[in-house]
Design a protein around this ligand. Structure first.
Ligand code: SF4
Length: 251
């Protein structure tokens, strides 16, 4: 993935506060819409935790319309700021002193903050070694038969962290690369033939011998193989070992 896309330099934000705001606004929308909202907040002098909190949900909502569901997101963002302002005096230095499990628990206790948002904040704003799972990660893992379609967020996260070195920079880049794969190739109708992860498809990896040419007709296509089900037979140990390299390999 890295060889195909290059460094992603995530998260696209100039400060931890921007990352925190972006993590809430990016739910169910494209990043370009979030960037518009953040630019607007900045133009209004509201890229400041105390001022944004003081504006209240009603004062935030008009500035984040571009991100969609703006009333819901304004409330969620304000809830998060309320926790940050009252619990930590809006200081990222204070957050730095809190152990990751406790921080994660506190973030998940904020109304409207789910695991993906909490983990995005932990990884990209606070540089904690937490792997973020999103819909793209789920899709890639299930299409490669590395996880069942009904696996929970926690199970997918454990799968990734169990097979990767505990390296925050790696987690940062790995998630960003998966998002690129999802955006460009692993769409609802997958474009396997051109995807950098194609060689790790079970149907390709199973028959791939060193030096053997790739068989383009074995690519995983929506028309050919469809989504894997959770009831598939357990793959052989040799195949599982090969599949684990998908997880372990960076790039
Ligand atoms: S090879 Fe196909 S199934 Fe695998 S990540 Fe790429 S598009 Fe998705």
């Amino acid at each position: 993935m890295h060889g195909h896309f290059g460094d992603q330099h995530w998260w696209p934000g100039e400060s931890p506060l921007e990352v925190l705001i972006g993590a809430v606004l990016t739910q169910n929308t494209a990043w370009s819409n979030v960037a518009t909202a953040i630019r607007r907040l900045k133009a209004q002098g509201l890229l400041h935790a105390g001022r944004l909190h003081a504006a209240g949900p009603a004062g935030i909502a008009p500035h984040i319309r571009s991100a969609g569901y703006f009333n819901v997101k304004a409330r969620r963002l304000w809830n998060l700021l309320d926790w940050f302002v009252h619990g930590y005096q809006a200081s990222f230095d204070r957050l730095e002193t809190i152990p990751t499990p406790r921080l994660r628990q506190e973030l998940l206790a904020v109304s409207g903050i789910g695991p993906e948002t909490a983990d995005s904040i932990l990884l990209y704003a606070l540089h904690r070694g937490i792997f973020v799972i999103d819909a793209y990660t789920r899709r890639v893992l299930t299409r490669h038969h590395l996880a069942a379609t009904d696996a929970s967020y926690a199970q997918l996260q454990q799968l990734m962290t169990r097979h990767l070195p505990a390296d925050t920079a790696l987690f940062n880049e790995y998630h960003a690369q998966i998002v690129m794969v999802g955006k460009h190739f692993c769409k609802p109708a997958p474009r396997c033939a051109d995807c950098p992860l194609r060689v790790y498809l079970p149907s390709v990896a199973r028959d791939l011998k060193p030096g053997a040419p790739l068989h383009r007709d074995r690519a995983y296509t929506s028309a050919g193989h469809g989504e894997p089900s959770g009831a598939k037979p357990r793959p052989s140990r040799a195949l599982r070992l090969r599949q684990s390299r998908v997880i372990c390999r960076r790039g």
